[in-house]
Design a protein around this ligand. Structure first.
Ligand SMILES: NC(=O)c1ccc[n+]([C@@H]2O[C@H](COP(=O)([O-])OP(=O)(O)OC[C@H]3O[C@@H](n4cnc5c(N)ncnc54)[C@H](O)[C@@H]3O)[C@@H](O)[C@H]2O)c1
Ligand SMILES: O=C(O)C[C@H](O)C(=O)O
Length: 314
């Protein structure tokens, strides 16, 4: 949903390449029929259908297993992700209402920012509709992991394919907390490297926004990350027993109701939240974890309050 956009188009292309996908429905408020026609000429199995405008939204959702939502406005230089709240909160609310009505059993991937608030909005909408399954609602934080893996591999001269850094917390500024001490394979970092890498990973979105000089935020790397999360979800739905991803989900790992961490995915969504990542943290990570909580809590509460003030349409 939001398939004509900067993320939506390359994501649709990457997803069209997946052998796990039988049908790809792409929806946007803007005309998406041309994107659908274009994609449909690729000789890969997924059948592509385009749906344009809100009257076609319900049909776009019928029968789907995974819904991905990158609909909404992106940042410009000088803005925070929270500055997008006033527009994107309504967009996410409307789209999740339609998901609740048309494919309540689907996995839902929320990309639209601010994820720290839009995910709680989605949860609240689904609750009001009576179809909330916390195991199937995901805030997409895969790009933070992708970035952490890339930057760590570059810094330490490692083979990219091997590196895996869990990133916990949320998806904005200091709420993005890479757990460098939990990098696999184990790598040692000095204090300066930890500080430099942590700050770079936290500011990576802003790095792209500034480089694009007003033309939007990360789209290609986000499409790559979202395609990875879709692929992992489909593998889990197909019964693969070894699927782990970081995601911002309902969680009891901390006192906050939602928290990003590694989760094990299965046929029914989140099968387990990996609590061991938060054990044995370094002093730096422990302090950063405590420091991110007030901001994350405020963003979560802002999302919940918004959704509670504007009950769903029935
Ligand atoms: N979670 C992450 O890591 C992450 C990373 C990058 C960007 N984002 C966020 O993703 C969102 C999209 O970014 P983009 O660069 O693709 O923006 P974009 O402006 O290029 O595309 C957004 C698309 O959403 C569509 N849209 C708007 N309202 C809609 C509605 N009600 N229904 C359906 N479609 C609608 C627009 O027509 C447009 O095609 C932004 O909020 C951005 O901040 C999140
Ligand atoms: O930085 C942004 O606004 C987009 C996205 O959240 C990102 O991390 O790239």
């Amino acid at each position: 949903l939001g398939a004509a956009g900067g993320i939506g188009q390359p994501l649709a292309l990457l997803v069209k390449m997946s052998p796990l996908i039988s049908a790809l429905h792409i929806y946007d408020i803007a005309n998406v029929k041309g994107v659908a026609a274009d994609l449909s000429h690729c000789n890969t199995p997924a059948q592509v259908l385009g749906f344009t405008g809100s009257s076609e939204l319900p049909n776009s959702l019928k029968g789907v297993d995974v819904v991905v939502i990158p609909a909404g406005v992106p940042r410009k230089p000088g803005m925070t992700r929270d500055d997008l709240f006033s527009i994107n909160a309504n967009i996410v609310k409307t789209l999740v209402e339609a998901v609740a009505d048309n494919c309540p059993d689907a996995f839902i991937h929320i990309i639209s920012n601010p994820v720290n608030s839009t995910l709680p909005i989605a949860a609240e909408v689904l609750k009001q509709k009576g179809v909330y399954d916390p195991k199937k609602l995901f805030g997409v934080t895969t790009l933070d992991v992708v970035r952490a893996n890339t930057f760590v591999a570059q810094k330490k001269n490692l083979k990219l394919i091997d590196v895996d850094v869990p990133v916990v917390g949320g998806h904005a500024g200091k709420t993005i907390l890479p757990l460098l001490s939990k990098t696999r394979p184990p790598v040692s970092f000095n204090d300066e490297e930890v500080q430099e890498l942590t700050v770079r990973i936290q500011n990576a979105g802003t790095e792209v926004v500034e480089a694009k000089e007003g033309a939007g935020s990360a789209t290609l790397s986000m499409a790559y990350a979202a395609a990875r999360f879709v692929e992992s979800s489909l593998r889990a739905l197909d019964g693969d027993a070894d699927v782990y991803e970081c995601s911002f989900v309902q969680s009891d790992l901390t006192e906050l109701p939602f928290f990003a961490s590694r989760v094990k995915l299965g046929r029914k969504g989140v099968e387990a939240i990996i609590s061991s990542d938060l054990q044995g943290l370094t002093e730096y990570e422990q302090k950063a974890l405590e420091a991110l909580k007030p901001e994350l809590k405020a963003s979560i509460e802002k999302g919940i309050a918004f959704a509670q003030k504007q009950p769903v349409t029935t």
